[in-house]
Design a protein. Structure first.
Length: 419
């Protein structure tokens, strides 16, 4: 839903901070692309941990498939099967006692979460592709047909984002599962096998399974406790990574919340480009884009330009002192001084343009942010009234999204004060 877009008064100067359709789409996509990059990096970390945990759980959680797999290895397979069975039995009891959820349920949850994060990463990749296409487009207008297709892509990714938020809560709990498995007491050790068997043939097995088979060949005559430790070793290796998941998912939740706001704004802007939103509502949309996408982008570019200018000035100062101290030759000084001065001249020109834009924001930005805040307040009141009138909770997602946009506006206010 995009809301009713009630007309919220805004001072006329604030309109000067908005941009045309193609600039609004590009500016919002630039903010989305930056946020997607951050989300993707953290999601890949989560995906790697989930994939390894999924493999480890597969060893102890599958039934007849594992037995049949190892059963074909004769005397080598028998102690391995016994170790897997022992770990599975006792770990299953510990997991159920300590987490209240059966091991099989945890295993299914990890497998589903692994698939969902991979699907979400694929969806984020399509958004990156869209952002790149709009960035490279030289045209002055957005093609309405293309805008409609791109809107559908963004809607699908927004739906994936909502589903991924639910996954994050489950992923944060996986430390309890690994702790319970490692706490399991696997009991007394049976006697070892009397003699080793010939090395098994490895054809048809995956690379990771083959590596583990080769590793265990040298341990088949050891006590079964060593084999059980071998079965549990993947969980030991994963322990520290899994314990980091709560902090990582907390950070991801904030990144994903911002991404939802930006996706909503881009969907609205693409609808503006298709002529689906009346002028008065389109005006509010442009103000929202300016506040939540253009102002943060300006603040970032301004900070980068100031930092680069300061760096060039520092380089020149060090170079001057080095020449005076006889540590830099005249020839080297001439080459580098020219390079740094040209760089400083270019960045100062960029900085002047950015500072002029920042001056407009300092003057007219408070009125724009106020208009956006008033719009959010009205929209929230409409959601509350609808909930009361219709006696249903279907608009809760809308309220959450509006609250996240209000938080984004508060951040925009802090950025404006720091310009």
């Amino acid at each position: 839903m995009i809301g009713s877009y009630p007309e919220t008064p805004a001072a006329e100067p604030a309109e000067q901070l908005t941009v045309g359709s193609i600039e609004a789409v590009r500016g919002t996509f630039a903010a989305i692309d930056r946020t997607v990059g951050t989300v993707t990096a953290d999601c890949r970390t989560v995906a790697g941990t989930l994939s390894d945990l999924n493999d480890a759980l597969g060893t102890i959680s599958q039934g007849s498939g594992v037995s049949q797999q190892w059963g074909g290895f004769g005397l080598i397979g028998l102690p391995i099967m016994g170790a897997i069975k022992a770990v599975k039995g006792v770990a299953g009891q510990y997991v159920k006692q300590q987490t209240g959820t059966p091991l099989a349920t945890w295993t299914e949850l990890v497998a589903n979460s692994t698939a969902q994060v991979e699907a979400y990463l694929s969806g984020l990749g399509t958004v990156t592709d869209l952002a790149g296409r709009y960035s490279a487009t030289a045209g002055a207008e957005v093609d309405p047909r293309q805008a409609g297709e791109d809107e559908e892509v963004l809607r699908a990714v927004r739906w994936q984002t909502q589903a991924w938020k639910q996954v994050l809560g489950r992923v944060a709990q996986l430390g309890r599962l690994v702790d319970a498995i490692l706490a399991a007491d696997v009991g007394e050790e049976p006697e070892p096998a009397e003699q080793p068997a010939a090395p098994p043939r490895l054809a048809g097995f995956s690379g990771s399974v083959q590596r583990r088979i080769k590793e265990v060949q040298g341990r088949t005559t050891e006590r079964s406790g060593d084999l059980r430790q071998w079965v549990l070793q993947p969980f030991v290796d994963l322990h520290d990574r899994v314990r980091q998941l709560p902090a990582l998912t907390d950070r991801l939740a904030g990144e994903v919340a911002l991404l939802e706001v930006l996706l909503e704004l881009e969907i609205v802007e693409l609808r503006v480009c298709q002529g689906e939103i009346p002028p008065a509502q389109a005006r509010i949309a442009r103000l929202r884009v300016a506040a939540s996408a253009l102002l943060p982008e300006l603040a970032r570019r301004l900070a980068d330009a100031r930092r680069t200018a300061a760096d060039y000035a520092t380089y020149l100062d060090r170079l001057d002192r080095g020449r005076q101290a006889g540590e830099v030759t005249e020839q080297a000084y001439a080459v580098l001084a020219e390079e740094y001065r040209q760089g400083l001249q270019q960045v100062r020109a960029q900085l002047a343009a950015l500072e002029a834009e920042a001056d407009r924001w300092r003057r007219d930005g408070p009125g724009l942010l106020q208009a956006c805040g008033e719009w959010v307040t009205v929209e929230l009141s409409v959601v509350a009234a609808r909930r009361l009138a219709e006696q249903r909770q279907a608009t809760d997602d809308r309220a959450e999204l509006l609250l996240r946009e209000r938080a984004r506006l508060a951040e925009a206010g802090r950025l404006l004060a720091a310009l």
